[in-house]
Every structure is written in C-alpha cells, then in structure tokens.
Design a protein around this ligand. Structure first.
Ligand SMILES: [Zn+2]
Length: 150
C-alpha cells in the first residue's frame, strides 16, 4: 500500500525538522484479525528531526476499533491512543536514504489492542447479571459485592 510515511533522511541530516499530521485510512494498518475491525481513520501527528548519528521520530496516534465484548460478544468500540512516542533510529543501520516508518506506526497501534474488553463502557450488562446471580447464591454475604471493586 502506498504510504505517506516515507521520508528522505538526507533532508533531516542537513538539519531540517518537519512536523507532520495525517489522517490515514483504516486499511493503512493492513491488520488482518478476524474479530477486530478497524473502521475509523488513524490520526497521526509528530515530528521528524536528526542528530549527528540518529534519526529521531516523535509521534502520537489514535484511532478507534470495533471488537467483540469479552463477556457477551457484543460489538463494542475501543479507542486506541498512543502516548507521545520517540523512536531513535541510527543512520548506520539504515539501508537506504529513504526511511519508511509505516511499520513503526502500525506496531505502536496494534500493541494497544486490549486482550479483554467489555461493552457499555466497561459495564457489560451480562456481567451484572452474573454478579447478581452469584450474590443471590451466596450465603451470609450482606454488604459483600463480589464485583464491586472491578
Ligand atoms: Zn458485553
């Protein structure tokens, strides 16, 4: 897939800094996972600059995915947002003067996909049913709510 995330490193070695801001289509991630669908664009912003020996890439990204609730399997939306991330790439290790940081962005977003997700802002109605059921079955558990701390 064509990516805007290819940069000419020589440009930065000459002392230039460049800020960037992109809204990339969801399929940019090229993410093939059956239960998860990326459907929102990926918002990406950051800055590129260089020191004598390194290319510095600073970026932040966020998007939204849809995946099934871990409790009831209902489709639910999850926001994925990175912190401000820094990547330092030594010029020595680059094979070309064009550097493509598509994979870096992809990995930083994919790593944020949760293993466990609940619908309804973390209060899956099905889980509440389970909690009530457990409470009614328990003996001598007044003021004891097994899921209250979750
Ligand atoms: Zn649910």
């Amino acid at each position: 897939m064509k990516t805007p995330l290819k940069i000419h490193t020589e440009h930065f070695r000459d002392g230039n800094r460049e800020e960037f801001q992109y809204v990339l289509p969801a399929d940019f991630l090229d993410f093939r996972e059956e239960v998860i669908s990326f459907h929102s664009p990926i918002h990406l912003q950051g800055e590129v600059y260089a020191t004598d020996e390194h290319l510095i890439l600073q970026l932040e990204a966020h998007t939204e995915i849809e995946m099934p609730c871990s409790v009831c399997n209902e489709k639910t939306f999850v926001t994925l947002k990175t912190e401000e991330i820094y990547h330092t790439i030594p010029f020595d290790e680059m094979e070309a003067t064009i550097f493509d940081f598509t994979d870096i962005v992809r990995e930083e977003i994919v790593i944020l996909i949760p293993q466990f997700i609940e619908c309804n802002q973390g209060k899956c109605p099905t889980r509440t049913d389970i909690a009530k059921f457990m409470k009614s079955k328990a003996v001598n558990t007044q003021n004891h709510f097994p899921f209250a701390d979750l």
